[in-house]
Design a protein around this ligand. Structure first.
Ligand code: GRG
Length: 300
């Protein structure tokens, strides 16, 4: 099966499970359920939950469905972060995936609440899942919290006024390069890396396999954000589904510091490094090799 078909099949499994978790019911106001569903089903690639399932599958194929709850929880956390990231107080974006952002469709208050509801529901899902151990819940919380995704977002906002002229001194460049790695690793990399970890944890994989997958995740996570920065500069806005907003928002990005060509090279190196960690899985990891390549070749 080629990669496109493989990803499509996995996406269908995930969408089906997400649909079950987010079925309309009478337990909460309809408007919040609509806002949650609107953002979850607005055309995301499902990269993170796909990685959770792949990780579980290459460790213990027969049991991969045990990772479905954690995979959906991770996608809900990702969606919450995007809803909040689009808000006027943050990136102030009107469109995501070529659709109105949650606050443009439902108003700011409802978008904040939809994000909050997705974040809390994600933890309800894993806490209620009979297959899930409490360590996995801790991993999810750490990845989303102040030391990782949220911390990265804080640094991103605080450094968004960084002026290019500051970068003319070597010392300054080194400091900024460290900062940008921290931001990307925490803001974007943490959820991706944790996806690979929790997939393996869900099927009780041995520690050495979990660690190998984590290292793979760390490298593809950073490469993913570098490519996101590059696409923000040179990507097709129609395909990306949003305006390129990093430069408008004075964001600290890889192309800003290294230029597009060097950023591409850095991402390629990270992908090669990521693949080195898959040796232990042999051919079973074929899909993860292909996903790694897709990350640097994607158009959106
Ligand atoms: C707690 C107030 C509050 C806000 C949280 C942490 C945070 C806001 C935002 C950080 C999340 C963010 C925007 C990270 C950038 C990562 C990124 C490249 C997102 C896009 O990922 P894709 O391309 O998205 O996988 P799709 O659309 O495919 O789901």
């Amino acid at each position: 099966m080629d990669l496109k078909q493989n990803l499509k099949k996995r996406k269908e499994i995930i969408n089906c499970a997400l649909n079950e978790y987010l079925k309309f019911n009478s337990k909460s106001p309809r408007i919040i359920q609509r806002a949650m569903r609107y953002s979850v089903f607005s055309g995301g690639k499902r990269l993170r939950p796909i990685l959770v399932l792949c990780s579980a599958e290459i460790c213990r194929k027969a049991e991969y469905k045990k990772a479905l709850g954690p995979a959906c929880a991770l996608e809900m956390i990702h969606t919450y972060s995007l809803i909040h990231d689009d808000l006027p107080a943050m990136d102030n974006d009107d469109y995501r995936r070529n659709k109105l952002t949650c606050h443009k469709k439902f108003g700011e208050a409802m978008a904040i609440l939809a994000g909050d509801a997705l974040l809390t529901y994600a933890f309800q899902i894993v806490a209620d899942d009979p297959w899930v151990k409490k360590e996995l819940i801790g991993e999810l919380a750490k990845a989303a919290g102040k030391e990782k995704m949220l911390g990265g977002q804080v640094e991103d906002i605080q450094n968004s006024k960084c002026r290019i002229k500051k970068l003319k001194f070597k010392k300054e460049r080194i400091k900024i390069a460290g900062k940008i790695n921290y931001i990307h690793t925490c803001k974007t990399g943490a959820l991706i890396k944790t996806g690979l970890k929790i997939g393996a944890m869900a099927v009780k994989a041995p520690v050495r396999k979990i660690e190998a997958l984590e290292k793979y995740g760390e490298n593809i996570g950073l490469a993913f954000q570098i490519m996101d920065d590059v696409l923000d500069v040179i990507g097709n806005k129609e395909k990306l589904g949003k305006r390129g907003s990093d430069s408008d928002n004075n964001k600290l990005t890889y192309p800003l510091i290294y230029g597009v060509e060097k950023s591409n090279k850095k991402a390629k190196k990270l992908i090669e490094k990521a693949k080195e960690n898959l040796t232990v899985f042999g051919e079973k990891a074929d899909i993860l090799h292909k996903i790694a390549d897709y990350i640097i070749n994607r158009e959106y």
